[in-house]
Design a protein around this ligand. Structure first.
Ligand SMILES: CC(C)(COP(=O)(O)OP(=O)(O)OC[C@H]1O[C@@H](n2cnc3c(N)ncnc32)[C@H](O)[C@@H]1OP(=O)(O)O)[C@@H](O)C(=O)NCCC(=O)NCCS
Length: 165
């Protein structure tokens, strides 16, 4: 969409009722979705035809399921989240609002991913692990323990990045 943020306010008047905020930064996407919602927009949920979503799974408005992504039985994805190419979320796991599962990132069963958290490309999270809000999991990490809010964790096994801990 061309134009500044004020452009959102004109969308309903222009006959636009539903849309999608396609912005990579998780906090920016949250802010823009809130702005769009206050302007009266409703959000689409976009899923590539190759994405697989279990019958009892839930995916919130404004979320995007990229090719070959997978949402397992009983799993839940909040609003404005991104499941990037070939990202997988196994049974019972929860991905909160505005989180991003990067290309080829994997959650085992019963995991929790907090709001605006980024699980980096190719990272894996073992069963039952909880990641807090605004966490960054580095590319290729193997997360085997819970990670608190705002922490950057890298490596195998993943540990807090000393520069941010
Ligand atoms: C973890 C991360 C956030 C760190 O970014 P950064 O703060 O800019 O870090 P730098 O590149 O300055 O590297 C700092 C140090 O951490 C190391 N490092 C960086 N990323 C790492 C990773 N994923 N795993 C292990 N070590 C890592 C670097 O080698 C460097 O170590 P050194 O000081 O010994 O040389 C980033 O590297 C990363 O993995 N981001 C994920 C991006 C991603 O997956 N995006 C999704 C696209 S779909």
């Amino acid at each position: 969409m061309a134009g500044g943020r004020e452009r959102f306010e004109r969308l309903p008047g222009d006959g636009v009722r539903r849309g999608l905020v396609s912005v990579g930064d998780n906090a920016d996407r949250e802010a823009l979705m809130e702005l769009a919602e206050s302007a009266g927009l409703e959000f689409l949920t976009l899923a590539d035809p190759s994405a697989i979503v279990a019958g009892d799974a839930e995916v919130g408005p404004g979320s995007v399921l990229m090719p070959m992504s997978f949402v397992g039985a009983g799993a839940r994805v909040g609003r404005g989240a991104i499941l990037n190419t070939a990202a997988t979320i196994d049974h019972g796991s929860v991905v909160a609002d505005y989180a991003h599962m990067s290309v080829g990132a994997h959650l085992s069963g019963e995991c929790r991913v907090g709001a605006r958290t980024l699980v980096g490309i190719g990272a894996s999270v073992t069963a039952g692990v909880t990641l807090g809000q605004d966490v960054v999991i580095g590319a290729g990490a193997a997360v085997v323990r819970n990670v608190g809010d705002g922490i950057v964790a890298v490596g195998v096994p993943a540990r807090p990045d000393s520069s941010t801990a």
